[in-house]
Design a protein around this ligand. Structure first.
Ligand code: NAD
Length: 350
C-alpha cells in the first residue's frame, strides 16, 4: 500500500440546533464579521447576525450562483468599508463560494453555516465567473476555518433539490473510492458517505421534515464534500462537465443520469472500490444499485429528456477523449459512445 495523507485543517460543529453556537465559534475566526447570504436567505442572515451582537459588522445579501466577479467586487468594497476581519456565510454553495472568493482576494477567513448538500464548505476549491467564463482553482487559503452544520436549517430545502444534490454528493464519494490520489481515509469517508445518503434520501423523499434523516443526509454530504476536497475526480465528473458545458444541461440532474453508467464503465478496473460501494449500497452490483436508487427517488434518467440531443453522442465522446486525465480504465471513444447511448435513453447500465 502506498499513499499520501494531507488532512485539511477545518473545525466542524455538527448537530441540530448548533447554529446557536456560531457566536462562540466565531472566536476561532475573527471579531468583526461580514455576514453573507443570497437575497432569498437574507432573513436567515439577519437572524444569525442578531445572535452575533457587535461581532457582526454588516450584512451582504447579494450572493448569486457561480460567483460573478462583479459580486465579489461589491462584497469586497463593503468588507473594506466596514473593516471586517472575517466572514460568516449562511447558505449553499453560492454563498460559500462568495466567502471563498473574499478569502482569496482579501485574506478574510470564514465561518460557514451550510444549508444545502453541496459540500463546498470543506473543499479548498474556489470558482469565479467573468464574461461568462468560469475559472476554478484550489487554494487552502479559501477553506473555511469553521463549519457549523445544523441539520434543522436543511428542513426547508425542497425535496427535489435535496435529492438532486444528495445524488450529486454520492457521485463525489463514488469517484473518491477509485481516485488515483485517494488514500485509506478517503475510502472510509466515501463508503460511509454513500451508506448515509443511500439510506437517508428515500426517507427525505417520503417526508422532507424527517429531522433524523436530514441529519443523516447532511452527515453524508459532509463526508462527500471532504472526499471531493481531498481526492481527484475522474470519468464521471469530467463527462458531466463536458455535457453541461456543451449542451447546457442541468448540473445535478446530469450527474444523476450519468453516474450508474460511468460506474459500470470503470467497475471492471476497480474491484476493491466496487466491493466497498456494494457494501455501502446494501449488496449487489453498485452501478445497478445506483440506477435503482435514483429511479426510486423519482430522478429523470434519460439524458435526452434532460436536454441532450441524440446526435450529440459522437460530439460528446470526441470531447471526452480530447483532454486525457487519470481514470482507472482507459477511456476510448467507442466506450463513451456505448455508455452515452444507454444514458441518453435512460436505460439501466450494463
Ligand atoms: P445555491 O447555493 O445556489 O442555492 C440555491 C438556492 O437555494 C438559493 O436561492 C439559496 O438561497 C436557496 N437555499 C439554500 N439553502 C436553502 C434551504 N435550506 N432552504 C431553502 N432554500 C435554500 O445551491 P447549491 O447547490 O448549494 O450550490 C451550487 C453552487 O455551489 C454551484 O455554483 C457549484 O459550482 C458550487 N459548488 C462548489 C463546490 C466547491 O467545492 N467549490 C462544491 C459543490 C458545489
Amino acid at each position: 500500500m502506498q499513499f499520501v495523507y494531507d488532512p485539511l485543517p477545518y473545525r466542524v460543529i455538527f448537530g441540530a440546533g448548533s447554529v446557536r453556537r456560531v457566536a462562540d465559534e466565531l472566536s476561532h475566526v475573527g471579531s468583526r464579521a461580514l455576514v453573507l447570504s443570497t437575497p432569498e436567505q437574507a432573513g436567515s442572515a439577519q437572524e444569525l447576525a442578531a445572535t452575533l451582537g457587535d461581532k457582526a459588522v454588516g450584512l451582504f445579501s447579494k450572493a448569486v450562483m457561480h460567483v460573478p466577479v462583479a459580486t465579489v467586487d461589491a462584497a469586497a468594497a463593503v468588507a473594506r468599508e466596514l473593516d471586517a476581519d472575517c466572514t460568516v456565510a449562511i447558505g449553499g454553495g453560492s454563498t460559500v463560494g462568495l466567502a471563498k472568493a473574499l478569502s482569496l482576494r482579501l485574506d478574510l477567513p470564514s465561518l460557514v453555516v451550510p444549508t444545502t448538500y453541496a459540500g463546498s464548505e470543506v473543499t479548498p476549491i474556489w470558482g469565479l465567473t467573468e464574461d461568462g467564463i468560469k475559472t476554478t482553482g484550489r487554494d487552502k487559503k479559501v477553506l473555511p476555518k469553521v463549519v457549523v452544520y445544523d441539520p434543522d436549517l436543511t428542513l426547508s430545502l425542497p425535496a427535489e433539490m435535496s435529492i438532486a444534490s444528495g445524488l450529486n454528493a454520492i457521485a463525489h464519494a463514488m469517484e473518491g473510492l477509485y481516485a488515483f490520489d485517494g488514500n485509506p481515509i478517503v475510502s472510509l469517508m466515501a463508503e460511509e458517505s454513500i451508506r448515509a445518503l443511500a439510506r437517508s434520501l428515500p426517507l427525505i423523499k417520503a417526508d422532507p421534515t424527517d429531522a433524523k434523516a436530514r441529519g443523516d443526509a447532511l452527515y453524508g454530504c459532509w463526508l462527500a464534500g471532504s472526499v471531493l476536497g481531498a481526492a481527484s475526480v475522474a470519468l464521471h465528473h469530467k463527462l458531466c462537465h463536458t455535457l453541461g458545458g456543451t449542451f447546457d444541461m442541468p448540473h445535478a440532474q446530469t450527474h444523476t443520469a450519468v453516474l450508474p453508467h460511468a460506474i459500470a464503465y470503470n467497475a471492471p478496473s476497480v474491484p476493491e472500490a466496487m466491493e466497498r460501494a456494494s457494501r455501502a449500497l446494501g449488496g449487489g452490483d453498485p452501478a445497478t444499485k445506483l440506477y435503482e436508487l435514483a429511479v426510486g427517488l423519482g430522478a429523470e434518467m434519460s439524458l435526452a429528456k434532460l436536454g441532450m440531443p441524440k446526435d450529440g453522442i459522437a460530439k460528446a465522446a470526441a470531447l471526452a477523449v480530447a483532454n486525457p486525465y487519470p481514470n482507472p480504465r482507459p477511456i476510448t471513444e467507442e466506450g463513451i459512445v456505448q455508455l452515452l447511448s444507454r444514458a441518453v435513453e435512460g436505460l439501466p447500465p450494463i
